[in-house]
Design a protein around this ligand. Structure first.
Ligand code: KDO
Length: 337
């Protein structure tokens, strides 16, 4: 059963941050810098991190100190939104799957084979169809979605070599213990692919693959390289089952503590960082297949029609689909090719 998580914590006032912003927006009246800590489970070399550090941090530096924490060292994967809501964190790079824990209707953005590509993600995020979703996150959780970041096409990455297991259709994943991140929406996707999903934090995946605690994991090629999963796996089945995204998010209370021109700088900085990260991630995706083959992995496309049909029908018949606002799936589809 899908639980609608209610907002479990009341927003606390972020008194330390609520100091009056200057009229110029260049700095705060007392000269202090606004602390913007961003917690994420990705590494420092992940292109989303690099783009934020190269673009976002410098762009806001006149009035804010951008302080990223990588590899879930500040908050565990999946706990960041609640930390923002409680006033314990200012920013994160969140997934729709995590937002769906609070607001099940966000699961529409987690469904396999819905987003078509990076441009489609941007079109969806900037379309008025997103407005009620964004407003709900602000009103109910105190979290503002600033921009959409491209993570990439998720594929199935297995320890077994193709001579032990060749995957053509979802039926071939029957009994495969596939690590998926730990929320209902992620677990559903793993099951829709035909596998037996196991919830696990990103930081534990390398060890689990190397010991055989799981048979595989799913992530885009840049993540397979960045996290060195290629060292402990043998094949990548190019399912492209999810064109994955993250939202650059900020505490609404922090946002409201800023002057309008500071807000404009933060918004532009997030958009610019997302654009650079997207461009680089797309470039990496186009190059890394060859690199992974050099590392000894086998990459191949399965029967994509069989995967798409199975995954789409699993979603349409699910409790998730019942939470999707009327007509939004059609609007999303209309924004694609
Ligand atoms: C993962 O845990 O597999 C995932 O790819 C999920 C994403 O939403 C994102 O959180 C990502 O991990 C981390 O940022 C690590 O790259």
């Amino acid at each position: 059963m899908i639980m609608k998580l209610t907002r479990r914590v009341a927003l606390t006032s972020v008194a330390a941050i609520g100091i009056l912003a200057s009229a110029s927006g260049a700095a705060f009246a007392d000269g202090h810098l606004l602390q913007l800590r961003l917690s994420m489970s990705g590494s420092e070399t992940d292109q989303r991190s690099v783009a934020m550090a190269e673009v976002f941090g410098p762009a806001v530096s006149e009035f804010a100190s951008y302080e990223p924490a990588y590899n879930a060292t500040l908050f565990a994967q999946g706990t960041e939104l609640e930390a923002i809501s409680r006033g314990n964190l200012e920013m994160t790079i969140s997934s729709a799957q995590e937002l769906a824990q609070f607001f099940p209707e966000f699961s529409i953005f987690t469904a396999g084979y819905v987003h078509q590509d990076a441009a489609h993600q941007v079109a969806v995020f900037n379309d008025p169809l997103m407005d009620p979703f964004k407003q709900t996150a602000i009103d109910e959780l105190g979290v503002r979605l600033l921009s959409v970041m491209y993570l990439g096409r998720r594929h199935v990455n297995l320890r077994q070599c193709p001579d032990e297991l060749t995957v053509t259709t979802p039926a071939d994943l029957d009994g495969v213990n596939l690590r998926m991140p730990g929320t209902d929406a992620w677990q559903f996707l793993g099951a829709a692919l035909g596998a037996s999903p196991t919830p696990m934090a990103f930081s534990e995946v390398y060890t689990a693959l190397s010991t055989g605690a799981v048979d595989g994991q799913d992530n885009p090629l840049p993540t397979v390289v960045d996290a060195r999963f290629y060292e402990v796996t043998c094949q990548i089945v190019l399912t492209s089952h999810l064109v994955d995204l993250n939202y650059v998010t900020i505490s609404e209370e922090v946002w409201q503590s800023m002057a309008p021109d500071q807000q404009a700088v933060v918004q532009q900085a997030a958009d610019d960082a997302a654009a650079l990260g997207r461009e680089r991630q797309l470039q990496l995706e186009s190059e890394l297949g060859a690199r992974l083959e050099e590392e000894g992995l086998t990459l191949y496309e399965p029967d994509l029609v069989a995967f798409r049909d199975a995954v789409q029908s699993a979603y349409l018949g699910s409790e998730f689909a019942q939470t999707w606002p009327e007509g939004v799936l059609e609007q999303i589809n209309a924004l694609g090719n």
